[in-house]
Design a protein around this ligand. Structure first.
Ligand code: FES
Length: 112
């Protein structure tokens, strides 16, 4: 079974986490199931960017993002070449290392 390592995030998982995942599950669902409450404002319908994650390892094992996801990602806070929407990034047969960005667009607009 592939494993997802979540790097430490100050609020969501201060210690980081190593989670078992199943092929076909989204990165967001694996996190939520294990108590890592990544935001998902649009309920996983690829219409917000609050579930933005950066795939530090294993990015190429994921199915490529489609146009809609890319368009949404353009609006995400802290976009990187290996950024994905957690609700659209589906685990394949390889381990992943995932970083949860410090902020989401929601927080940025609330705080600034
Ligand atoms: S939960 Fe909104 S795009 Fe993933």
């Amino acid at each position: 079974m592939p494993q997802i390592i979540f790097l430490p995030h100050e609020e969501l998982c201060p210690e980081g986490a190593a989670l078992e995942a199943k092929e076909g599950e989204s990165v967001l669902d694996v996190a939520l199931k294990n108590g890592i409450h990544i935001e998902h404002a649009c309920e996983k319908s690829c219409a917000c960017t609050t579930c933005h994650v950066v795939i530090r390892e294993g990015f190429d094992s994921l199915e490529e993002s489609d146009e809609l996801e890319d368009d949404m990602l353009d609006k995400a806070w802290g976009l990187e070449p290996e950024s994905r929407l957690g609700c659209q990034a589906v685990v394949a047969d390889e381990d992943l290392v995932v970083e949860i960005p410090k902020y989401t667009v929601n927080q940025v607009s609330e705080n600034h």
